[in-house]
Design a protein around this ligand. Structure first.
Ligand SMILES: Nc1ncnc2c1ncn2[C@@H]1O[C@H](COP(=O)(O)OP(=O)(O)OP(=O)(O)O)[C@@H](O)[C@H]1O
Length: 236
């Protein structure tokens, strides 16, 4: 298996196989998208890479480089009683380290949340909460980052802006992006896999560095091809 993060083998849930014959090699220092039907095990694989407990088991090989892995999940998972700033610095405080408050403020400002540092999650919109969660992920400075549908709750314009921000902020990291959005994969993926019960296969992506422009013809063509592959209406 090449790449910084790799998965090979069969994923089982109790006595049933979720996905057989997985062959996933993430791009070291780039973005690798995991796509596929609901329930096939994408979040499970993301949690395994992050070293978190899962219900399923992998019969095969999971390779993750040394060092911490950051995971940003489908829901923002912010502490409701803590301010945006306190949520961003939570990891350091949990580890007993001194939180880098200046960096947390800078990240929040970079994500368009200047002036909202003291607000609790209930006083933020869904998109603002996701941005706080992204800042909390970014401040960890982990070489490997798993993003599990991080932008799925956002409106289209905010989602595109967040994709740009995340691509800039995570440049050089190894990113595993779990997404159902063909346009997101076409913009952000250096490599993409379709995961199904019968295994994983690479999907076609446009050339060029990420994030790719939303309206580039090759991005829109890839979006259509990915959609066809996901819906089973065309060969990738
Ligand atoms: N804690 C759990 N206990 C038992 N089964 C679980 C648990 N978490 C997930 N599963 C099951 O494991 C399988 C894989 O779930 P997973 O969340 O990885 O799928 P997914 O591909 O990410 O789906 P989605 O696209 O809907 O998020 C599903 O069948 C799910 O019901």
């Amino acid at each position: 298996m090449n790449g910084a993060v790799g998965v090979r083998g069969d994923l089982w849930l109790n006595a049933a196989v979720l996905a057989r014959g997985l062959e996933i090699a993430a791009v070291a220092g780039g973005w690798t998208c995991l796509m596929g039907a609901s329930g096939v095990g994408k979040s499970t694989l993301g949690r395994m890479v992050a070293g978190l407990p899962v219900a399923a088991r992998l019969e095969g090989v999971l390779r993750v480089p040394e060092g911490r892995v950051a995971l940003m999940g489908q829901s923002d998972q912010l502490l409701p009683w803590a301010s945006a700033l306190a949520n961003v610095t939570l990891g350091a405080r949990l580890r007993g380290a001194r939180p880098d408050v200046a960096r947390a403020r800078a990240l929040l400002a970079d994500l368009g949340l200047a002036g909202m540092e003291d607000r609790r999650p209930a006083a933020l919109s869904g998109g603002q909460r996701q941005r706080v969660a992204l800042a909390r992920t970014l401040i960890e400075d982990c070489p490997v980052v798993v993003l599990d549908e991080p932008f799925s709750a956002l409106d289209a314009a905010t989602r595109a802006a967040m994709q740009d921000l995340a691509a800039r902020a995570l440049a050089g990291r190894t990113v595993i992006l779990i997404t159902h959005d063909p346009l997101e994969a076409a913009r952000l993926g250096d490599r993409a896999y379709l995961i199904g019960a019968a295994g994983s296969r690479a999907l076609p992506l446009p050339p060029g560095p990420v994030p790719r422009p939303l309206d580039a013809p090759e991005v829109l063509a890839a979006q259509a091809a990915l959609f066809a592959a996901l819906s089973g209406t065309g060969a990738p």
